[in-house]
Design a protein around this ligand. Structure first.
Ligand SMILES: *[C@@H]1O[C@H](CO)[C@@H](O)[C@H](O)[C@H]1NC(C)=O
Ligand SMILES: *[C@@H]1O[C@H](CO)[C@@H](O)[C@H](O)[C@H]1NC(C)=O
Ligand SMILES: *[C@@H]1O[C@H](CO)[C@@H](O)[C@H](O)[C@H]1NC(C)=O
Ligand SMILES: *[C@@H]1O[C@H](CO)[C@@H](O)[C@H](O)[C@H]1NC(C)=O
Ligand SMILES: *[C@@H]1O[C@H](CO)[C@@H](O)[C@H](O)[C@H]1NC(C)=O
Ligand SMILES: *[C@@H]1O[C@H](CO)[C@@H](O)[C@H](O)[C@H]1NC(C)=O
Ligand SMILES: *[C@@H]1O[C@H](CO)[C@@H](O)[C@H](O)[C@H]1NC(C)=O
Length: 474
């Protein structure tokens, strides 16, 4: 068995990584490796990542479009809002959205939220809008469920995610929008989720909880430079969206708050998430695409998703997860440079018979894990179905998943790879993985195939060992 300490220190030295500051560059050392093409090492903007590789510090911006500042800015106070934390400002926000529509063809408009605490029910945004929260400004979600209209279930779910029927609207929401920026100088949007979590636990909710922010069928979205906290349910939920950038966000919820995922791109294409700190009660980031027969027939995949430089911390669920709702398919996902603390699972793909769909062409690299129960999990036995009409023969396809450059300390189990016997998971590749495992059972595999190269502890025999030569040929 792998003894803690020795190799770990060696890896740290080799790769010049630091737990305190995982993004720290390794000044004055020669490059160990070059990834993602031929890069000139003296080009500005290049740095070493946590594994010592030289690479461009990529930015989401280049993938979407240039965000320009708005020529007009109007403060929420002009619509009669009061920032005392007590006055309900729902109507002020409604009036603002109604009158700011006229700026759509004038370069859009910024709605400025000054310092103060602005209590409100749900707010429906408009296109060509920047919602800007000043430092010290907090948009505070009402604790009264009457302030959250009931809205239809999403077609790819066929019902609310946790209860049949429609669902509560989200605190900040929008549908069919284009060109929306939610940003500021680290202002706060606080969902006051405690009443929702309590009602969820005591089973007194009539409908599925809303999100802190949900955008439906929208495009050209930027969410940045803010703190989001205490969401009733998943925190940021872009669904059926394209061209979404989420960066420089702090997302917080108590460690045991139910289902407070950080960011859940759901049936979205061209999403870029970078430089976020997420500490909540559930998954840090979870990529989804609808549920069972509803997700299959709606058929909207999540694809072309990039995630980088994310720190997550929670005592439950996963740092980065895929599914379990993946019935519309998930592909072309690249995750790199993550630090994952304390979760039950570090990296987790979850699905079930009945889901159909696929998770393919996924690459996850440069991940550091601390005190995680199971480092890598790819599981086909996730329960939960929307109703009893799910197809007993809808076997999901899980293939072409590469997990590379992972180190972990105080990991209980290295991996649980449990496929579905009717359609085993295949082309699962594990490369350069060193986990300091504290239990005797490191890997547990079934109905899975693929390969590995330099993985410690040694994976199960279901995966084929590759040599240096074979690996470099791929
Ligand atoms: C969004 O567009 C869809 C399809 O055109 C339409 O059915 C729906 O009513 C629109 N929703 C809103 C809030 O405008
Ligand atoms: C933003 O505020 C949060 C919560 O107070 C804090 O943890 C974080 O460090 C702040 N981020 C920046 C960039 O100031
Ligand atoms: C359940 O929680 C809600 C929200 O806190 C509360 O209003 C309600 O009285 C509670 N119901 C029961 C049966 O405890
Ligand atoms: C967010 O903060 C970064 C770093 O402080 C800054 O460069 C960027 O302009 C800010 N973005 C917006 C939209 O305010
Ligand atoms: C995954 O990539 C392979 C090779 O490029 C391609 O043939 C396949 O269609 C892709 N799968 C999905 C679901 O996009
Ligand atoms: C190791 O991880 C477990 C959780 O799996 C945690 O309870 C324990 O405190 C961690 N130990 C150290 C030394 O960090
Ligand atoms: C392996 O995982 C399965 C779940 O997929 C579990 O039932 C079984 O007990 C595990 N075996 C070991 C030895 O941990």
């Amino acid at each position: 068995m792998w003894r803690r300490g020795g190799l770990w220190v060696l890896l740290m030295m080799l790769n010049c990584m630091s737990f305190e500051n995982p993004w720290k560059t390794c000044e004055g050392q020669s490059p160990i490796d070059v990834v993602d093409g031929e890069l000139a090492t003296d080009t500005p903007g290049y740095q070493k990542n946590i594994f010592g590789h030289i690479k461009v510090r990529e930015s989401c911006h280049s993938h979407i479009y240039d965000w320009e500042s708005r020529p007009h800015s109007v403060s929420i106070t002009e619509f009669g809002a009061v920032g005392d934390g007590k006055t309900l400002n729902t109507h002020a926000f409604e009036n603002a959205m109604f009158s700011l529509r006229s700026y759509a063809d004038k370069g859009g408009v910024q709605l400025y939220i000054p310092k103060g605490t602005w209590l409100t029910g749900s707010i429906s945004l408009i296109s060509h809008l920047t919602l800007f929260l000043e430092r010290g400004a907090t948009i505070l979600g009402s604790e009264d469920d009457n302030d959250f209209p009931i809205i239809p279930a999403l077609p790819s779910y066929g019902r609310g995610r946790e209860l049949p029927g429609p669902r509560y609207s989200s605190l900040i929401n929008g549908e069919n929008l284009t060109d929306v920026v939610i940003t500021g100088d680290n202002g706060t949007i606080d969902g006051q989720g405690l009443v929702w979590w309590t009602a969820f636990h005591n089973k007194s909710l009539g409908y599925t909880r809303g999100h802190l922010v949900e955008l439906i069928n929208s495009k050209n979205i930027l969410i940045s430079n803010l703190t989001f906290q205490n969401s009733p349910f998943w925190t940021i939920h872009p669904v059926y969206c394209r061209y979404v950038v989420i960066k420089h966000m702090t997302i917080l919820a108590p460690l045991h708050s139910p289902n407070t995922d950080g960011i859940d791109p759901d049936s979205c294409q061209h999403v870029c998430i970078e430089d976020c700190y997420i500490a909540g009660g559930d998954d840090g980031i979870s990529i989804k695409s609808g549920w069972d027969e509803y997700g299959v027939s709606f058929g909207r995949p999540s694809s072309h998703i990039q995630i980088r430089r994310i720190i997550t911390d929670s005592h439950s669920s996963s740092g980065i997860s895929f599914g379990s709702e993946m019935s519309g398919g998930i592909s072309d996902v690249k995750v790199e440079d993550m630090v994952i603390y304390n979760h039950l699972f570090g990296i987790r793909l979850k699905t079930a018979v009945g889901r159909g769909g696929y998770i393919s062409n996924v690459s996850i690299s440069n991940v550091v894990m601390h005190s995680v129960r199971t480092g890598i999990a790819i599981m086909g036995n996730y329960g939960q179905h929307p109703d009893d009409h799910w197809d007993r023969e809808a076997y999901p396809l899980i293939n072409r998943v590469t997990i590379k450059n992972v180190v972990g300390e105080n990991i209980t189990h290295a991996g649980l790879l449990s496929g579905i016997s009717e359609r085993p998971f295949h082309d699962i590749r594990l490369i350069n993985i060193a986990l300091d495992v504290t239990s005797d059972s490191a890997w547990n595999c079934s109905a899975v195939s693929g390969s590995y190269y330099f993985v410690l502890p040694k994976p199960c025999a279901d995966l084929e060992q590759k040599g240096v030569q074979e690996e470099s040929e791929e």
